[in-house]
Design a protein around this ligand. Sequence first.
Ligand code: PLP
Length: 373
Amino acid sequence: MIEFSERVEQVSISGIREVFEAAGEDAINLGLGQPDFPTPEHAREAAVEAIRAGKADAYTSNKGTLELREAIAAKHARDNDLEVDPADIIATSGGSEALHIALEAHVDQDEEVVFPDPGFVSYEALTHLAGGQPKPVGLREDLTLDPAAVEDAITDDTAAFVVNSPANPTGAVQSPEDMREFARIADEHDVLCISDEVYEHQVFEGEHRSPAEFSEAGNVVVVNACSKAYSMTGWRLGWVTGPNDRIERMLRVHQYAQACASAPAQFAAEAALSGPQDPVAEMRDAFEERRDVLLDGLAEMGLECPTPKGAFYAMPKVPEGWVEAVIDRGVVVVPGDAFGERGAGYARISYATDMETLKEAIDIMAEATDAVR
Ligand code: PLP
């Protein structure tokens, strides 16, 4: 019998999928991590044109087309006040691959990776796949990650820590002061900070700042993607940027695992990033309106929910049996412990669905709340 690798045996398929499958086809799905908007037309058109002109048939440069990387560099100058050389960018298959190659390139066998708990499911799984040891840390009452907790968790065996703002599953947004602290911690402890910024455009309160702005030692790499900003989850286009020596190491993993990101997706992403940005603002505004309606609904149910200041998720504390009662009534939400041990007693509600459906779901959640009280 051929044995499976220990690394892969430590990983299981995300609990989120199991919830979807259990709920059935007619359920209202508030479990999804993708915007319910179409990809902007100009991005779709750019891909179609590139395909028709035969420009998307071949491998691109491993790092991605120069035009795409220039568009990404211009985006960082425009949105993040960051000067990035197109040579220091790798276009990846979504933010997921960017996280993967960042960890592969920096984590040695049994080295620790610190990340938020509850946090995005990939951090733990990708740490295992890189041979590392996951070190989840709990959050503050408002569900933000405390830099002091990260600093306490760092030991001589720590290779990296992950910061995710705005955050999945909590919707929490870290303050600029926190981001400055994360950069200081990365620099002082000589540990890599992986900043996952895929929800950067969905901020309703506060502002998005990147720890990369504050690091002096080049110990921050930024992971981002078109997925959430432009509703392009199916296109699979993300990127990672950081100091050149780190990018060149990550490229070794990317080159052999991926060769290059999908060429049609690269053309679509270039157009999305450099074309009109109104769709981004329109989505943000729609999410904010829905968030407010959802928060009012949760308050009426008497459920305590730290105000999510970004992304498109809310994470209320819920009574025992609540998630099951809601799912039984045909609304899919994700149990908090799918995102880490400390997520137990919470549920993640995604409001990436139209207002009418959301209101219908809120009524059903209220019914379920009454039933389990
Ligand atoms: N980072 C976070 C926090 C996410 O929530 C997700 C997707 O849900 C990703 C990264 C991966 O995004 P992509 O679809 O670009 O791979």
